[in-house]
Design a protein. Structure first.
Length: 266
């Protein structure tokens, strides 16, 4: 199954890069006075900061999906480029059809061909998507991806009843980015995290742009583009203002580093 990555705010991240190249206070302030029309009231996502904790949650939720076991085992093979083939393909993956849900959907699980380790936890797809390698084919519930060494790399949790999709990405066992959006993925709240699990930057908005809030690693709000206001004590001191601008620029760089690690940026 195609690896899942959050790409909702690539446009905003790339535009931020141009402001970062000039670290002057004027450049930063000018860039961050831009506003989008959309504002969300959503708050930080309750996602485990540890990939190990997410795996426990995912395994517990997906181990009970099968209502009707299959009498005959079904296996499909895919190339590294996700093409369906008749035989095992080196560097590719294979799919086992594990059973059915009570409403007739299929429960599937994909495995790396070379190692046999799981690529995803069990997931639900419709019968028509039995051979579809696209992650968007998952009907409802959790889709958790693993790297070939067995570590959680990303997940998608879809809740049709709540019109909600939550994405998350882990690097070296720690949550680095997560996003909550609607089923059409028009509106979203994306959060970038510090290594300690605290939110670092939150981006409110749509795929075409967003408004950012910056936080210190103790959870203190440093600057919000939603209000375009700096704290009064910062504005009364040129030294404090310059230090804050320098810190916010550094956080922008960390955000870009996370996107680079996830392979989102070109």
């Amino acid at each position: 199954m195609k690896k899942l990555l959050i790409v909702l705010f690539v446009t905003g991240a790339l535009s931020a890069c141009s402001a970062i190249k000039d670290n002057s206070a004027a450049s930063f302030a000018s860039h961050h006075q831009q506003s989008s029309a959309y504002k969300t009231g959503k708050t930080a996502l309750p996602i485990p900061a540890s990939a190990q904790d997410w795996e426990k949650y995912s395994v517990a939720k997906t181990s009970k999906l099968i209502d009707v076991p299959l009498q005959e085992k079904k296996v499909y093979y895919f190339t590294p480029k996700f093409k369906l083939v008749k035989r095992p393909a080196k560097g590719g993956f294979y799919r086992e059809i594990l059973g059915k849900t009570s409403d007739g959907n299929l429960v599937i699980q994909d495995f790396y061909q070379d190692s046999g380790t799981k690529q995803i936890d069990p997931a639900v797809v419709s019968v028509k998507n039995e051979k579809n390698s696209d992650s968007s084919a998952v009907e409802d519930g959790i889709l958790t991806f693993y790297s070939e060494d067995g570590k959680v790399s990303s997940f998608k949790q879809k809740n049709v009843a709540r019109n909600e999709v939550v994405y998350g990405n882990y690097v070296d066992g720690k949550l680095v980015m997560a996003s909550e959006t609607d089923l059409e993925e028009k509106n979203a709240l994306t959060t970038f995290f510090y290594p300690n699990g605290k939110k670092m930057i939150q981006v409110h908005g749509s795929v075409f742009g967003g408004e950012e809030e910056y936080f210190d690693d103790d959870g203190k709000l440093l600057f919000s583009q939603l209000t375009n206001e700096f704290p009064k004590e910062i504005m009364e001191s040129e030294e404090k203002y310059n230090k804050l601008i320098e810190k916010l620029s550094a956080l922008d760089l960390k955000k870009v580093e996370i996107l680079e690690k996830l392979g989102v940026l070109p």
